[in-house]
Design a protein around this ligand. Structure first.
Ligand SMILES: C[S@@+](CC[C@H](N)C(=O)[O-])C[C@H]1O[C@@H](n2cnc3c(N)ncnc32)[C@H](O)[C@@H]1O
Length: 284
């Protein structure tokens, strides 16, 4: 589908653009085209510096990111959007991952709508897909997991959660913003009957310099062994799909740290039935 709205000299225009998980070459072509037209770019400070090479030299580029609650408050980002969105000006709000997944893109869209400012939303590769491809851990796998549940770990321990149901969940759990709370979450799940050997993976800096994947278990995570090895960001995956990790083709795909060797078998080391997909396997 082609674009239906274009910036005009009488109106401002804002593009909310998903930058992908880290590296500029995972930006979509449409996102790149918006960047190359932009007069003003408000970009997440978490993004790798390489993105700056894609900005027009004449563009005004302002870092506005947040990390762990610090950085530019969302209200200030809103003010900047309204200040710069003037007639004839194309503003790009470049956001990590996808704008509408834990990205507050929905709030920014509501703001623009409330002020009658024309805008578009350009999707990005979320960290969810990024960590899966970077680590080779599938999010779903035939015969193993047909369900994916995405959660936010930062407030999970304070939220009203049906922990028994979560502990019984047979699909894949993806936990954003959970590197600091993973120990508490693992403890809570074990207390509600989860299997201590349930596989857990922490993928840090997917598609960024210094990418690291650690494979562990719920029991070890509950004891505090699943810790960040980088400054982050990191995403936690839980589920039997971790056993289905695909054989890495390049060294940067490798799992770098393994707490439980049983969870880290290469495909060729398991039975061909399990790897070949003809035999159904149950989630453990
Ligand atoms: C505020 S959320 C933004 C998510 C983003 N909108 C998306 O779609 O990926 C930030 C969280 O995304 C995850 N994340 C972002 N980039 C990542 C990366 N390159 N590797 C691993 N996790 C990442 C981390 O859990 C981090 O705390």
């Amino acid at each position: 589908m082609s674009r239906t709205t274009e910036p005009s000299s009488s109106q401002p225009f804002v593009s909310l653009v998903g930058a992908g998980p880290g590296t500029p070459d995972l930006l979509t072509l449409r996102g790149l085209q918006a960047l190359q037209r932009a007069d003003v770019i408000l970009y997440d400070a978490l993004l790798e510096p390489d993105f700056a090479a894609l900005f027009r030299e004449e563009a005004l580029a302002l870092p506005v990111g947040k990390r762990c609650g610090g950085g530019t408050p969302q209200e200030h980002i809103h003010e900047l959007l309204l200040t710069h969105a003037k007639p004839g000006v194309h503003v790009v709000r470049l956001k990590g991952g996808d704008p509408l997944l834990y990205g507050r893109g929905g709030e920014e869209a509501q703001l623009l709508e409330a002020f009658g400012i024309p805008f578009e939303i350009i999707p990005g590769v979320s960290a969810l897909q990024g960590v899966a491809s970077a680590s080779g851990i599938p999010l779903t796998h035939r015969g193993v997991s047909r369900e994916l549940r995405v959660l936010e770990g930062h407030h999970l321990l304070d939220d009203t959660v049906d922990w028994e149901e979560l502990a019984r969940f047979k699909g894949t759990l993806a936990l954003f913003m959970a590197t600091r709370s993973v120990q508490g979450i693992a403890r809570r799940m074990l207390a509600h009957g989860a299997n201590p050997s349930h596989p857990v993976a922490l993928v840090e800096r997917a598609f960024c310099e210094g990418q690291v994947t650690t494979i562990s278990t719920l029991a070890l995570a509950a004891e505090g062994h699943l810790c960040c090895r980088t400054e982050g960001p990191g995403l936690v995956l839980m589920g039997a799909v971790i056993h289905e990790r695909t054989r890495p083709f390049a060294s940067h795909f490798s799992v770098t740290h393994i707490h439980d060797p049983a969870t880290a078998l290469h495909r060729s080391e398991r039975s061909p039935r399990a790897a070949g997909g003809r035999g159904e396997r149950r989630a453990g």
